[in-house]
Design a protein. Structure first.
Length: 445
């Protein structure tokens, strides 16, 4: 993980936030390539939810919702973790994660032991961030930053039914920021207090819930593998009864082999009719479906694939990160699926003279209209290739002396390092073709 954190900073993917003020725990800012990669992850999720099917619609709900939403959802009473305080080092730990905790004062913990701390009794700590709305701070102005995007979907169930002309089985999808005052964070962007979620609530007839739960488990596993995650690094693990969230009758997690071990990447829950019934009770609005044909009235059951954008991004980076020796030199390469790569093609003049920069710039300007491209002139060609390898650029186009003679360039493949000579004029079509092809990671399983 340390190598990945260093690479992400060195190459402008992810920076610790507020660094010039000494940093603020577990908060990160995304740099240029981080933003591009994150956008690609979100675009692929939207593509799989909206473009590749016609039974899901999108929504973008507010972060601050009516406080009753969180009473109805059960978060106010039940979204807690057991917390203990240390009287010695003043740190807080999750009572159920003590084995992984480290005392801040006495880091003398032996392997397998809890922190060497003077701990208080465990008490329940609510993970929601509280804030106040409006100019006057009083008890009536308390509100919460949403801890999940899901509730913004449930409270819009009626709006969507009315205006989107959908009927079960159908889904509502959302990507947005969520906030949790996590007690223990760490492991880079795996668990942070501010993060983005990609959630979809799929509303079905009650007797079809199990079938759709199976469907979404398969679909979501497929999404990760088609985007290049090696299947050996993924498992689907069903929750034991004592792990289930208050709303869930069955949940399976897709776990990924992160550097700290297999951990949750995405949860796929069968939420039953819990949320629609709760919001019906608390709001007084009937949230149900009336089937005009069968004259049947029912509260749909909900299947929810819930993923984290940042966590997915970490999994894609971890799975892609590779080092190898090429002709006696160490090469670091991010073997990202080309669809996820922040830059698809780099255009490089071999040297900064003999008209090569001008020709390379022309090629770049034509290419960037069709495909995310970058022009790179500074430093030796080897150094520029290494930089592009580290940010995961799948293809490099080099303009050399021969280009002026016959209009051809070399096309270098990030993974195989194969270099082929192709006419510059054919690049847009050729690269579009390559981008559309299936891709599997060349890294061993
Ligand atoms: N609506 C259901 C729900 O929120 P969850 O398992 O608590 O379920 C879903 O969250 C996903 O959101 C997780 O699988 C994870 O990918 C991401 N996630 C949750 N808490 C996170 C955190 N503190 N930091 C980063 N990602 C988080």
């Amino acid at each position: 993980m340390d190598e990945i954190v260093a690479m992400c900073k060195r190459r402008g993917f992810i920076f610790p936030s507020s660094e010039i003020y000494g940093g603020v725990g577990s908060t990160y800012d995304y740099g240029h390539y981080g933003v591009l990669l994150k956008n690609n992850v979100k675009a692929e999720w939207w593509r799989s939810m909206l473009q590749e099917r016609d039974d899901i619609v999108a929504i973008d709900s507010a972060i601050i919702q009516h406080p009753r939403v969180w009473e109805a959802s059960g978060h106010l009473a039940g979204f807690t973790d057991p917390m203990v305080d240390c009287r010695t080092c003043k740190l807080r730990f999750r009572a159920d994660h003590l084995d992984d905790a480290q005392c801040g004062r006495k880091p003398s913990k032996k392997p397998g032991e809890g922190p060497d701390c003077d701990l208080t009794e465990a008490r329940e700590f609510n993970l929601m961030f509280e804030t106040t709305v409006g100019p006057v701070k009083d008890s009536g102005s308390v509100a919460y930053l949403r801890p999940e995007t899901a509730q913004g979907i449930f409270i819009n169930f009626k709006n969507v039914l009315q205006f989107a002309r959908v009927k079960p089985p159908f889904g509502i999808a959302q990507i947005g920021k969520s906030f949790r005052n996590e007690i223990t964070t760490g492991n880079f962007i795996f668990r942070t207090r501010e993060f983005e979620q990609m959630e979809m609530e799929f509303f079905v007839a009650p007797d079809e819930a199990e079938r759709w739960h199976e469907h979404w488990m398969e679909e979501r596993m497929r999404w990760y593998t088609e985007l290049g995650i090696r299947a050996d690094n993924l498992v689907l693990r069903a929750h034991d009864a004592d792990e289930l969230s208050h709303y869930s009758s069955a949940t399976s997690d897709i776990e990924y082999r992160f550097p700290m071990g297999f951990s949750e990447l995405e949860g796929i829950a069968n939420r039953g009719d819990f949320d629609l019934r709760q919001h019906t009770e608390f709001s007084g609005e009937k949230l149900e479906y009336f089937d005009q044909q069968t004259k049947e009235r029912y509260v749909p059951h909900v299947i929810e694939p819930a993923a984290g954008v940042d966590r997915a991004m970490l999994a894609f980076i971890v799975d892609a990160y590779d080092t190898e020796e090429v002709e006696g030199r160490q090469r670091t390469v991010l073997r990202l699926h080309p669809k996820l790569a922040p830059v698809k093609v780099a255009v490089l003049p071999l040297v900064s003279r003999d008209g090569m920069p001008e020709r390379a710039r022309e090629i770049f300007e034509a290419l960037r209209l069709k495909i995310p491209s970058e022009y790179d002139e500074g430093g030796s060609i080897g150094k520029r290739y290494r930089r592009q390898d580290e940010i995961g650029t799948p293809w490099g186009v080099t303009v050399d002396g021969q280009t002026a003679e016959d209009g051809t360039v070399t096309l270098r493949d990030r993974d195989s390092l194969e270099q082929t000579r192709v006419p510059a004029a054919e690049l847009p079509e050729l690269l579009a073709e390559r981008l559309a092809q299936e891709w599997t990671s060349p890294k061993p399983g």
